[in-house]
Design a protein around this ligand. Structure first.
Ligand code: GLA
Length: 751
C-alpha cells in the first residue's frame, strides 16, 4: 500500500550573516503519510528536531520541505549552530518539550533524577508497519483504541530520545486507507538507571502557521449534554478539560478547529477526539506569530507519574479527522470510523433489541410482580427486552444505600432474580440489569467490611455525592471483588444486557493502597482499572450488550465505546431537549451508539408534554426503547407502540449504517429541526422533520435534501412525488407539521 514515504532534500539559502551574504545548506528528511485524501508530513532537521510540516487535504508529490520555512529570518541556522531560543519558539513541532526555548504548551514534561524539567527530544529512528498495533503498556491489560487490519491502515512509529535523562518516546501515527483519519499515540520509556517523573504527557500536537479558525466544543451539564459552542480563536490559550475523573457532562473530550466560514456542507474542519474516559485537556494556543498549536491528552492538572527504569507509560489515543467538505463530512467520517474500527463485539453491526427500562416508570418502587406485569404487557406490544434499573440489590429502596452490595434484594424480588428472569424469558423477552460497579454507599456491607476501598485521603472528610463514594479501582482487590459479584449474578440468571452506570465525580483523590510517591497516578490508574474490568466482562461474556451510562451522558466518549457499543445519551428524555443533545452528540459520535428512549409525559426532567409520535421519531435516531410503565400510560400511546416499533425496524438499518445529514440546527434556529440518513449505496433515504412551536399564518418550509445521487430519481413514498436527486437537493422538499412539537418522516427510494 505504501502510505508512508521518506524524502531527503537539501535546503539552501543565502542569508545576511555577520556583515556578509553567506550561503547555508542543510539536509532535511521529510516523512509523509498519504492516502489520496489527506497528507500528514513531518520533517527531521540535521540536528534531529522533529518539525511539523503539513496536515490537511492531500498535497502533490513534490518536495514539501519548504513548508517548514527553515530559512525564515531570523531563524536561519548558523551552520548547525542555530539561534535556538528563537528557532525553538517559532517552529512547528511534532512533540514539543520544554526548557530549550519553546515557551508554548509542551507535550512532555519530565522531571529527571535531579528534579530538572528540561527535555530535548531528538529523532532516533522510525519504522513502519501494515495495519495498526494495539496500544500497550507494561502491566496494563487493555488500552482502548481504534483497530485496523493490514489492508486497512498503515502505521508509522517515530522514536525520539533524550540522552540526558535517558528516555525514549515513541510517537505512533496510523493512517486509515480510505478515510481522512490519522490516529496518534505516544509512549515514554525510561531507559536509564534512575527514577524519573512524568508531569505532563499529551497524546499529540498539531500545529498550523495560521490561526484563522473557529473552535467547536461540546459542553453541558446534567440533562443537557454536548451543546455546541463555536467561537473564534484568539491570541493565547483556549481549552476545555475535565478534572472530575470522568470525561464529564461539562466538556466532551472533543474539539474541532474549523474555517470561520465552514458550514455543514462547506469549508475545512479538523476534528480531535480523545479515546479516554478520565481527566483530559484539549487546548488550542495562538502564539503572537499567529500560529496555532493544538495539544490534547491526559489532563496535566494534578497528574504525576513515577517511571522507574524500564517502565513505560502510554498516552491515550488521539483521533484526528480532516474534512474539506464541512462539519457534516467530518462527523460522517467519525461515524464511519467508530462504527467500523472502534466498536467491537457481537452487537457491533446488529440492530439492538427494543427495550423497556423501568427507571422512569417505577423508580425504586417495584417488586417482581410489577416488573413482570410491565414485561408481560410490553412483550405483547413487540418490545424485546426488559431492563431492570436501579434498586434490585442490597436493601436499596432509595438512592442512599447498598451500592457495592450486588446481590439480589429478595424482599423486593421474592425468590431472587433467576425465577423472574426465567419468567420474562418465557415471554420471549431478553432481560437486562443495571449496575453501578465503581461505587459504594457508606450504608453498605461492602463499605462496612472495607472502608479503605473507597477513594479517600486518610484524616480528611469524604465528600458524598448522591450519598455515595467512589471505589478505588487502582486497587486490584477492589476490581476482583466487584467483578466477582457481577459474575455471580451473570452466572445465576440469563442476563443479556448490562447498563454500567457511574453517578458521581471523584473527590479527595487518594488511595489507601498506592504508595505515597504514586498517589497522583490515581486519576489515570482509576480509568485503567475501569477499562480492565470492562475488558474482562466483555471477554468473559461476549454475548452481553453493554450500555454505558454516567448520570445520563457524563461519560460519552470513545474510550467507553470501545467496550460498550451504546451509551445512554442523557437523563433528559424530553423529545425536544433531545434534539439538541443528539445533534451535539452526533458531531463526533454515530447515532447508532446513542441510548434514546420514549418516555412518559409530562417529561420527568423538564415537565413538557410532546406528542407520542414525536417522542418515537426522536428516539429512533438512537438505539430506541421505552422508559415508562407501559401498564400505566394512556391507552392511545400504548396502542401506538407496535406501529412505532415497526417503523423503527424499517428504518433502523438505514439510520444505523447510513450517512447522517443534519439539515436543521436548533443552536442557530430554534423553530425546527430536520435530518436525514442516506444509504451508503444511495438507494434510499429517510428524512425527519420536527416542528418546535407552531405559528399561525406561516408558510410551509422548503428544506434541501442532502447526500442523494443527483442523477438518480427518487420517489417520496409518503407523498408519491418523484424527482431527480438533484432536484430534491437544490429545490428541496416542502414540509410542514401541524401542532407544537409535531414531527413528520418521509421515505425516499430510488426508482
Ligand atoms: C442515573 C442514570 C439513570 C438511572 C439512574 C438510577 O442517573 O442516568 O438512567 O439509571 O442513575 O439511579
Amino acid at each position: 500500500m505504501g502510505m508512508v514515504s521518506e524524502k531527503k532534500s537539501t535546503i539552501s539559502y543565502v542569508k545576511w550573516d555577520r556583515g556578509a551574504n553567506r550561503e547555508f545548506s542543510e539536509e532535511v528528511t521529510v516523512l509523509r503519510m498519504d492516502n489520496g485524501k489527506i497528507t500528514y508530513a513531518m520533517g527531521i532537521t540535521e540536528e534531529g528536531y522533529l518539525l511539523h510540516c503539513y496536515y490537511g487535504r492531500a498535497i502533490g508529490e513534490d518536495d514539501i520541505s519548504y513548508l517548514m520555512r527553515l530559512s525564515d529570518h531570523p531563524f536561519t541556522p548558523n551552520g548547525n549552530n542555530r539561534d535556538r531560543l528563537i528557532f525553538m519558539d517559532s517552529r512547528l513541532f511534532e512533540f514539543p518539550c520544554p526548557g530549550t526555548g519553546d515557551y508554548r504548551e509542551p507535550c512532555l514534561m519530565v522531571l529527571d533524577e535531579d528534579g530538572m524539567s528540561t527535555c530535548d527530544l531528538r529523532f532516533k529512528e522510525y519504522r513502519t508497519m501494515k495495519g495498526k498495533p494495539q496500544l500497550r503498556q507494561k502491566g496494563v491489560s487493555c488500552i482502548p483504541a481504534t483497530y485496523a487490519n493490514a489492508s486497512e491502515a498503515e502505521t508509522l512509529v517515530v522514536t525520539m530520545e533524550d540522552t540526558h535523562c535517558d528516555i525514549l518516546v515513541e510517537l505512533t501515527y496510523t493512517m486509515f486507507k480510505d478515510m481522512p483519519v490519522i490516529t496518534r499515540s505516544a509512549r515514554v520509556i525510561n531507559r536509564g538507571y534512575n527514577d524519573i517523573r512524568i508531569q505532563q504527557f499529551m497524546s499529540g500536537c498539531v500545529e498550523w502557521d495560521y490561526s484563522n479558525f473557529e473552535m467547536i466544543t461540546l459542553n453541558g451539564n446534567w440533562a443537557r449534554e454536548r451543546a455546541i459552542s463555536r467561537v473564534p480563536l484568539h491570541s493565547g490559550k483556549q481549552s476545555v478539560d475535565s478534572r472530575r475523573g470522568i470525561s464529564s457532562h461539562q466538556h466532551n473530550p472533543f474539539i474541532a478547529l474549523v474555517d470561520p466560514h465552514a458550514t455543514e456542507e462547506t469549508g475545512e474542519a479538523y476534528g480531535f477526539n480523545l479515546v479516554y474516559s478520565g481527566n483530559f485537556l484539549a487546548q488550542a494556543e495562538v502564539s503572537t506569530s499567529g500560529y496555532t498549536r493544538v495539544v490534547m491528552g491526559i489532563n496535566p492538572y494534578d497528574f504525576s507519574w513515577l517511571l522507574r527504569p524500564e517502565e513505560d507509560l502510554t498516552a491515550p489515543e488521539l483521533v484526528m479527522v480532516y474534512s474539506d467538505a464541512g462539519i457534516g463530512a467530518m462527523s460522517r467520517t467519525f461515524h464511519d470510523l467508530y462504527r467500523g474500527h472502534l466498536i467491537r463485539g457481537q452487537w457491533k453491526d446488529k440492530m439492538r433489541p427494543v427495550l423497556i427500562n423501568n427507571w422512569e416508570g417505577t423508580y425504586f418502587n417495584f417488586d417482581e410482580e410489577k416488573i413482570y406485569a410491565i414485561a408481560e404487557s410490553a412483550s405483547k406490544l413487540g418490545i424485546e427486552m426488559l431492563v431492570l434499573d436501579d434498586g434490585w440489590f442490597g436493601k436499596r429502596n432509595y438512592d442512599d444505600c447498598s451500592l457495592g452490595d450486588w446481590y439480589v434484594n429478595e424482599e423486593k424480588l421474592k425468590g431472587g432474580l433467576k425465577p423472574l428472569v426465567d419468567r420474562i424469558n418465557a415471554l420471549g423477552m431478553k432481560f437486562g440489569l443495571w449496575f453501578e460497579p465503581e461505587m459504594v454507599s457508606p450504608d453498605s456491607d461492602l463499605f462496612r467490611a472495607h472502608p479503605d476501598w473507597a477513594i479517600q485521603i486518610i484524616g480528611r472528610d469524604m465528600t458524598q455525592a448522591r450519598e455515595q463514594y467512589v471505589l478505588d479501582y487502582s486497587n486490584p482487590e477492589v476490581r476482583e471483588n466487584v467483578y466477582g459479584q457481577i459474575r455471580a449474578i451473570l452466572d445465576n440468571a440469563n442476563v443479556e444486557y448490562i447498563k454500567w452506570d457511574m453517578n458521581r465525580a471523584l473527590s479527595e483523590v487518594g488511595s489507601t493502597t498506592l504508595p505515597r510517591k504514586r498517589q497522583r497516578e490515581l486519576w489515570h490508574r482509576y480509568v485503567l482499572g475501569v477499562y480492565e474490568v470492562m475488558d474482562r466482562l466483555t471477554t468473559d461474556y461476549p454475548y452481553l450488550l453493554l450500555e454505558g451510562c454516567s448520570s445520563g451522558g457524563a461519560r460519552f466518549d470513545p474510550g467507553m465505546l470501545y467496550f460498550a457499543p451504546q451509551i445512554w445519551a442523557s437523563d433528559d428524555t424530553d423529545a425536544i431537549e433531545r434534539l439538541k443533545i443528539q445533534h451535539g452528540t452526533s458531531i463526533c459520535y454515530p447515532v447508532s451508539t446513542m441510548g434514546a428512549h420514549v418516555s412518559d409525559c409530562p417529561n420527568h426532567a423538564i415537565g413538557r408534554t410532546t406528542p407520542f409520535a414525536t417522542r418515537g421519531d426522536v428516539a429512533m435516531v438512537g438505539t430506541f426503547g421505552y422508559e415508562l410503565d407501559v401498564t400505566r400510560i394512556p391507552e392511545a400511546d400504548r396502542e401506538a407502540i407496535p406501529g412505532q416499533i415497526e417503523k423503527f425496524k424499517k428504518f433502523n438499518p438505514l439510520v444505523r449504517t447510513g450517512d447522517q445529514y443534519r439539515l436543521g440546527n436548533l443552536f442557530e434556529d430554534d423553530s425546527f429541526d430536520a435530518w436525514m440518513f442516506v444509504a451508503k449505496d444511495k438507494s434510499e433515504a429517510v428524512f425527519t422533520f420536527v416542528q418546535i412551536l407552531n405559528r399561525p399564518s406561516m408558510p410551509s418550509r422548503r428544506i434541501l435534501l442532502r447526500g442523494l445521487d443527483p442523477e438518480r430519481t427518487y420517489r417520496n413514498e409518503d407523498t408519491g412525488e418523484v424527482r431527480l436527486g438533484a432536484t430534491w437537493m437544490t429545490g428541496g422538499v416542502i414540509v410542514g407539521a401541524f401542532g407544537d412539537f409535531a414531527s413528520r418522516t418521509m421515505h425516499f427510494t430510488a426508482v
